[in-house]
Design a protein around this ligand. Sequence first.
Ligand SMILES: Cc1cc2nc3c(=O)[nH]c(=O)nc-3n(C[C@H](O)[C@H](O)[C@H](O)COP(=O)(O)OP(=O)(O)OC[C@H]3O[C@@H](n4cnc5c(N)ncnc54)[C@H](O)[C@@H]3O)c2cc1C
Length: 485
Amino acid sequence: MGIRTGLDYVASLRDDRRLFIDGRQVPDVTAYAPMRGVIDTIAALHDAQFDPALRDILTHRSPTTGDLVSNTYIAARTEAEFQTLAGCFHLRALRTYGLMGRLTDFMSGFLMDLAAGLRLLGKDEAAARAQHVVEVCREGDLQVTHALIDPQSDRSTLAAPAEAVHVVERTREGVVVSGCRMLSTLAPVSNVCYVGPYYPRKPGEERFALAFLVAMNAPGLTILGRESFHHGESRFDRPLSSRFDEGDAILIFDRVTIPHDWMIVDGDMAAHNGLLGARPGYTAIQACTRGMIKLRFLTGLATAIARANGRDRTPRFQAAIGELAAFVGVADGIRTAAISDCRARVEALAAGRPMPRGDGLTGPEAFGNAAGAAVNFFFPHANTKAADVLRMAAGSGVLAMTEADYANPEIGALMDRWLIGPNTTAEQRLKLMKLAWDLTGTEFGSRAGLYERLYSGDPEANAQRWFQSPVVAECEAMVARLLEG
Ligand SMILES: Cc1cc2nc3c(=O)[nH]c(=O)nc-3n(C[C@H](O)[C@H](O)[C@H](O)COP(=O)(O)OP(=O)(O)OC[C@H]3O[C@@H](n4cnc5c(N)ncnc54)[C@H](O)[C@@H]3O)c2cc1C
């Protein structure tokens, strides 16, 4: 089938999914006004694939069917393929200003990593099923989301809670699962969801050790969407909520049958727990690209706001924005590292080696940490800091009037007279302030801030994992070398 138009995508959402938002069942999400903006945004990304000027950046011929498919699914091996993959991620993140954390692109990389990771672990049958899932998503041009986290039943223990998704029966048609998963961004407007490991499972928890793909309209699946953050305000007043509110949802499985060829891992502890670490890093390329573009956007808006109120001439704000510009430079470097590290891993895998290693002299012994570290810590830090600079540059200006105020001649005239900035009209200033508020202060903005911090999972658990990494021992060994002379 290959690439779909925006209209095809919209039609695919009318699939009788069981979706609830704000206390009501939503029988047709495409007719649900608060989500219309993000549906249109995604539809436009589909349509762009048919634009002759963008076709080579966004699509290629499928290796299995010859149909045009998304470049987000290029399992890159050569330099040219990596550049094409990264270029596609870049353009799509640019069109969404890095504000859609879970564009389906993230899952293209994730699923390719999954298939490669299972091969690396020697789990060939599971790897073949993962590859099948890649092809289902690629050939169908599906919107894919994921749900990796158990419900917050009791976070004092890592034991799988009884409420987590687990196997209840095995039938000829597939594996029947029940339980709950969170939190699935994009779920209300996705076609399919990947459910897989984040928490390691312990012996005895085999029925919780699962990785599978599920259709959003699978019988028995209920999607509990969080309240929408777009309440019908104009694009002027809510330039971001009205376009990029991707939705988040909790998924409840009540005897959902997962077909055998969509059940990638079923009770294999080594595969389940091994998947947490084994991957070439296609996901990281997308995640670093998205994080870098959002950082650019935040930096750009902080600068525009500072110019609109004259704060660009205050040394403190010059320094703060200068620091953000330096972060952008670091982010660019990390993206480059994400690409080259992934390529080195792919080459090592192809040569039958589990991971590339530096020689400890020209490169670190523990190889390829830049992108993972950046996704866990650098981007959360840099983007949180950038949002804070923006907030302080705008000051109370974000508590601004509305488009309706400005359109009212009586109020508009007052604003034109009194609410201006250096070389900035009242209307320009108002637009900038509405944008700054939507990025930092509205429900959309607050959620975006929380998301940056939790984007790659629990920061505490991530830091604990880094504590166990070979980097710590490598650093410590330097001290021992010096002391031993
Ligand atoms: C906007 C948003 C979108 C998301 N989208 C997705 C998605 O699409 N798919 C998906 O799978 N997940 C998604 N998530 C979930 C995300 O992965 C989790 O939020 C993250 O893993 C943390 O888990 P939790 O929210 O259950 O917090 P909890 O595990 O309940 O932890 C709460 C807090 O306690 C902290 N903490 C943990 N351990 C300790 C400790 N020992 N000492 C002190 N503090 C500690 C954590 O860092 C965290 O800040 C999303 C989250 C948000 C906020």
